[in-house]
Design a protein around this ligand. Sequence first.
Ligand code: LMR
Length: 333
Amino acid sequence: MKLHSLIIVATILFCGVAFAQQPIIIKFSHVVSVDTPKGKAADFFALKAAEMTKGRVKVEVYPNSQLYKDKEEMEALQIGSVQMLAPSLAKFGPLGVKEFEVFDLPFIFDGYESLRKITLGPLGQQLLGKLDKTGIKGLAYWDNGFKSFSANTPIKSPADMKGKKFRIQSSKVLEEEIRSLGGLPQVMAFSEVYQALQTGVVDGTENPISNLYTQKMHEVQKHLTLTEHGYLGYAVIVNKKFWDGLPADIRKQLDDAMEQATRYANQIAKVENDQALEGVKKSGKTQVYVPTKEERLAFKMALVPVHQKMESRIGKELIQSVYKEINFSPSKL
Ligand code: LMR
């Protein structure tokens, strides 16, 4: 073979190998800090994905709304600018999948155990399936935790919330929740909350402590009441066309990596929130109040009627199925 033919053959071979070695990139965008249950689980998934696909997939995690804010990230996923997200279950209404707002119903879950009967059971799977029509595929649920109210004034009863502006996620159930307490709900992207609290655009907010602490919201909120009145968790979702187009062996390896990441996420969620609460207490910037049984009951009485009010939005049947699965009765408070 002549020299130039050899060079051509070598070039073709080299390009072929180089091409075969180009990893598949998955851009995973999220809005919270890396030091949260979701942030840590996303990084864990990236590690596992690289390990299990032997480097054929590279997951690039973009935390802290670095790439997109709440609403934009959903759009970016649908058009394929990113491939993976884990939005809170309270953010699927604008996509037209209102049923996820069942997770926002106040006081419906009394802990992680009852919640997991849904997220790890058939109802949870059924709900993920509802995303298919939007060009999105739901892979898993990841836990965060239970939300508490914070503000610059003490909150011990629903009356303390009257006329105050509270930042919420884009869920109609949460809107109704704040209204039922006499407050004024204000939908806002997560990345804007710290500044809104600092400048007084809103008076208070609700979030699991891991989010409050890692966004330093406790530095601009004088009072935190551990109401734990509602749940905040995530659905890990992918662009369906991208996912279905992956080679079957890679998809299987990624499914396995996701299973491990889900176990990890659910294992660390409570610990992360407990540690964040310790951090808040230690900072001395926020007064942490634990409501008495009676005080918590007053919030329950005011908020459980939200379930019935939201029946036409979420579906009465779905709410009843969840009640049955977790043995909840609105008349037994
Ligand atoms: C929020 O917007 O408060 C949360 O959904 C943020 C998150 O992703 O945990």
